[in-house]
Design a protein around this ligand. Structure first.
Ligand code: COI
Length: 351
C-alpha cells in the first residue's frame, strides 16, 4: 500500500477551552484503512472524523474480534513528538496474532500516524499533564454469523486531546479494590493482548468497586487468586524496602509500554528494580511496602493511596503520593514534555 488519500473537511471544530478531561473530545480528522483477502490492507484514507457504517452482522459485534492501542503525542516547544509509537504497533501485531487478525504494517502506520498528527497539531494541548491521546484500533467487519476468523477488517486511528485519567489531578491518590471473585485473565488466554473483551470482562467488578467508593479493581491471578496481576487500566508497582517491584509478565498481564519504560527509568535513576510474583498477603502484611503506583499510557503514573482486600483496608503512605512515585512521575513526564533530555531515545520527533 502506498498513498494515503486525504479528504478535507469544510469546517474545523471549535477547540476546547478549559479542562479537557479524558476521552470525550475528538479531533477533526481520523485515519482508516480496510482489509479483505484479495487486496490485503488497502484504501488508506485520512478523512473528517465521523460515524462509520458497518453491517449489523459485522463479526466484531457478535464475536468480539477487536484490538486496540493507546499512545500519546506531546508538544515540546515548537516540536511535536510521539512517545514510543513503534512499541505500540509491535504490541498491536501480537494482539492481532492472538485474535487471528491480519498483521498490520507498523512502518506504514507510523508514517500515516505522523501525517495525521501533523495535520491535527493544533489539537495537541500544552497544559500541565495534557497531551493528545492516540487510539489505533482494528475491528472485524465481515457480515457473517458463523464463528470463524473474519475475512474483512477495518483499522482506524482516532485522536483525543486529554488531561488526567482520574479526576483533574494526575497525582490524586487512587483507592483500589482487590477483586476476589471474578478473574480478568487466565494463562493461555488473552490477558497479554490489548483486546476489547478484556475490558468488557472487567466492567462488572469495576462497577461494584466504584459503588463501594473505589477508583479501580486490582486483579489477582486466575488460578489461585493470590498473585497480583494488574489494575486493568494500568500495570501496578510497589516500593518494597526501597526497591521498585512489579509483577512479572506471565502471559495474563498486559505488557505495558509505560511499565517497561518505568522499569528502565527507575534503573537509570539508581533504584533496584525487580519483576517477580507478588502475593496479595505480602502487600497487606508487609510494613516495608512504602508506596504503590499504577502505570499506563492514559494513567501515566498514578499513586495508590489505599488498597482493600476482603474486609481489610490498608492505607499506603498516609494516602498521599510518595517520594519514589513523585520522582518517577517528574522524571518521566519531563522526558515526555521535552523538559529533560531523553537518554533512551523514546521521543520520536514528527517530521
Ligand atoms: C491506555 O492507557 O492507553 C489504555 O488503553 C487504558 C484504557 C483503559 C484507557
Amino acid at each position: 500500500m502506498s498513498d494515503i488519500k486525504v479528504i478535507e473537511r469544510e469546517e474545523l471544530k471549535e477547540k476546547p477551552q478549559g479542562p479537557i478531561g479524558f476521552g470525550q473530545l475528538f479531533t477533526d480528522y481520523m485515519f482508516t484503512m480496510d482489509y479483505n483477502k484479495e487486496e490485503g490492507w488497502h484504501n488508506a484514507v485520512i478523512m473528517p472524523y465521523q460515524n462509520i457504517e458497518i453491517s449489523p452482522a459485522a463479526q466484531v459485534l457478535h464475536y468480539g474480534q477487536a484490538v486496540f492501542e493507546g499512545m500519546k503525542a506531546y508538544r515540546q516547544g515548537d516540536d511535536i513528538i510521539l512517545f514510543r509509537p513503534d512499541e505500540n504497533f509491535k504490541r498491536m501485531n501480537k494482539s492481532n496474532a492472538r485474535l487471528n487478525i491480519p498483521e498490520v504494517d507498523g512502518e506504514f502506520l507510523l508514517d500515516a500516524l505522523q501525517q495525521l498528527v501533523r495535520l491535527e497539531q493544533d489539537w495537541i494541548p500544552s497544559g500541565q499533564g495534557e497531551s493528545l491521546y492516540i487510539r489505533p484500533f482494528v475491528i472485524a467487519t465481515e457480515p457473517y454469523l458463523g464463528v470463524h476468523a473474519a475475512t474483512e477488517y477495518k483499522f482506524m486511528i482516532i485522536l483525543s486531546p486529554v488531561g488526567a485519567y482520574y479526576g483533574d489531578d494526575q497525582l490524586m491518590a487512587t483507592r483500589i479494590y482487590v477483586e476476589d471473585e471474578y478473574v480478568r485473565a487466565v494463562r493461555g488466554g488473552v490477558g497479554f493482548a490489548k483486546v476489547a473483551g478484556n475490558y468488557a470482562a472487567s466492567l462488572a467488578a469495576q462497577t461494584r468497586a466504584s459503588e463501594l467508593g473505589y477508583h479501580q479493581v486490582l486483579w489477582l491471578d486466575g488460578v489461585e487468586q493470590r498473585y497480583i496481576e494488574e489494575v486493568g487500566s494500568m500495570n501496578i508497582f510497589f516500593v518494597i524496602n526501597g526497591k521498585v517491584v512489579t509483577p512479572e509478565l506471565n502471559g495474563s498481564i498486559l505488557p505495558g509500554i509505560t511499565r517497561k519504560s518505568i522499569l528502565q527509568l527507575a534503573e537509570y535513576l539508581g533504584y533496584e528494580v525487580e519483576e517477580r510474583r507478588i502475593a496479595i498477603e505480602e502487600i497487606l502484611s508487609s510494613e516495608y511496602v512504602s508506596e504503590i503506583f499504577g502505570t499506563g499510557t492514559a494513567a501515566v503514573i498514578s499513586p495508590v493511596g489505599s488498597i482493600r482486600y476482603k474486609d481489610q483496608e490498608v492505607v499506603i503512605n498516609d494516602g498521599v503520593t510518595g517520594p519514589v512515585t513523585q520522582r518517577l512521575y517528574d522524571e518521566y513526564t519531563a522526558i515526555q514534555e521535552g523538559k529533560k533530555e531523553d537518554p533512551f531515545n523514546w521521543c520520536l520527533k514528527i517530521k
